[in-house]
Structures are given as structure tokens and as C-alpha cells.
Design a protein around this ligand. Sequence first.
Ligand SMILES: Nc1ncnc2c1ncn2[C@@H]1O[C@H](COP(=O)(O)OP(=O)(O)OP(=O)(O)O)[C@@H](O)[C@H]1O
Ligand SMILES: [Mg+2]
Length: 282
Amino acid sequence: MRQIEIKNCSYTYQPGTINSHQALYDINLAVDAGELIAIIGHGGSGKSTLALLLAGLFVPGSGTVTIGDGNIPPEQLFREVGLVFQYPEHQLFAQNVFEEVAFGARNAGVAEDYLPIKVRQSLETVGLDPDQYWYSSPFELSGGQKRRVCIASLLAIDPGIVILDEPTAGLDAVGKKWMKALISSLNQQGKTVIWISHDMSEVAELARRVIVLEQGRIILDGDTADIFSCEDQLAASGLEIPHAARLVRELKAKGVPIPGKAVTVAGAFNELIAYLGGDSAD
Ligand SMILES: Nc1ncnc2c1ncn2[C@@H]1O[C@H](COP(=O)(O)OP(=O)(O)OP(=O)(O)O)[C@@H](O)[C@H]1O
Ligand SMILES: [Mg+2]
């Protein structure tokens, strides 16, 4: 089932002014229910702008963005598609964590009696102790905790499409591992998940489809393994292939008889174990 369709879209910041800047050109993209998509690209290539278009928060200068059947009123789109901004502080506004997480759910029609239960569940899902943080100001939390609050707000609304703009940026190893598990689990629960990342190993491990942006245009869109086989095109865009992919390709180039196609650590391990003789990582 098609959930989002973007046709021939462009987006210009501050059009018609001296500061006018075209961020997206002729974007065509269709997203089906249940997909797990990573958007990658150099800084300034238009990833966050595309996320805002996908979430229906930006209106394109030309072209069309269709979300769901196209008949959802703009003020109801937040129930279908939730976006966690690149900088969570740009979307936090409430005086305490409870009000922050409850706000969207209340607007989505969750009954007032049920709100505390919903907020509690959402905070637990993102690993924040409800009793400890209920009355905390969201602005006084750490960067990682702020992002968790934004994700909890989104989970309390329970949209079918979740868009996360650089959710692992700035997190420590434990935080990254937790966020990757959350991305997988949201997708396994049936949600369509689109996330933006600069971490190619993370993308290789999780994404089934990868979209590559360069200077406001989609230059590649396809299966993860296929995208990471376009090493020269990625390099021309200032992007590297995952470390594991580089390892197996360099070994193959040096004459080690392995397929050299793996993009994840587990895949590289299996290629090497098959060559050396032993048990696979699966
Ligand atoms: N509010 C704005 N006004 C004018 N230009 C903007 C604005 N926001 C972004 N841009 C420009 O639009 C282009 C795309 O920006 P965008 O934030 O979408 O890139 P990005 O790929 O998300 O970058 P990053 O990896 O740094 O987050 C950039 O050239 C940026 O400078
Ligand atoms: Mg960005």
C-alpha cells in the first residue's frame, strides 16, 4: 500500500527574497507501508528539507506530496506521520515532560483519563523513568533525553509513518545501540520508518532501502546492498561505504577469493569464515 508519494517537487527557502535558496529539485519518491528507509547525503544536500516535505510540514513550491489517500486534512496529518526534528529543542515547547508528551496525543483524541497511561507507556518505551521525569522541564534534559521525549510524544500519537532526522547523532555507543533497536522494533511493529543518518555502518545494518541526496536531488534510490555497490558515485558525493564493505572489497582486490559483496559486519564475517572454514555469524 502506497503511503507517501512525492511527484516533481521542488522546495525553495524564502522564495522571492534576496536570501532565496532552492534546497530541493524535482524530487520523485514513493514510500509503501512497512518500508525501512535511510536517507543519506552530504551536509546541506537537503535531507532535513525532504523530511519536512515527507511529513507534510512543508508545502512544495511546485509538484505534489500525497500522504495516505490524499484526503487527510492538513491539520490531521500528524496522526499519520510523525517527525522527530534534527534538533529536538526546535520542537519542545511544554513546561514539563508530561504536558510535552500528552500534547499530541490529546489532539489526536486520546481521552483525558487515559492520557497519563499513554504518556507513561510512551516514556517507558523510550527508556525514561516516568516517575523521575514527569514534572521535569524538557529543556533541562540532556540532548539524548530531549530526543527521547520527542520520540515519546510521537509514540503517544501512534502514527503509521515515523520519520527520524539523525536520531543517533551525538549519542554514545549505548545510546546508539538503543536507538537502532528502537528503529528496528518500530518497523517490526508494522510502522513505516524513514531515518536520516551519516553513519553508513548503521544504514547498512538496518535499512532495506537507501535514498541518496546530492545538492537537492535524489541521485540514487534502491536496495541497501545495491546502493553501497555504487562506491564511485557515493565517493563523488562525499560519502563513504561502510567499513565492513571496504574491508571485504579491499581483501578481494588483494586476491583473497571472497565475494566481496558484504556491507555489514555480520556479512563480512560470514564471507571470511566461509573462506577460512568455520561457523557463520547467523
Ligand atoms: N531556513 C533556511 N533558510 C535558507 N536556507 C536554508 C534554510 N534551512 C536550510 N537551508 C539550506 O537548504 C539546504 C538544505 O538544507 P537541509 O537542512 O535540508 O540539509 P541537510 O542535508 O539536512 O544537512 P545536514 O546534514 O547538515 O543536516 C542547505 O543548503 C541549507 O543551507
Ligand atoms: Mg539535516
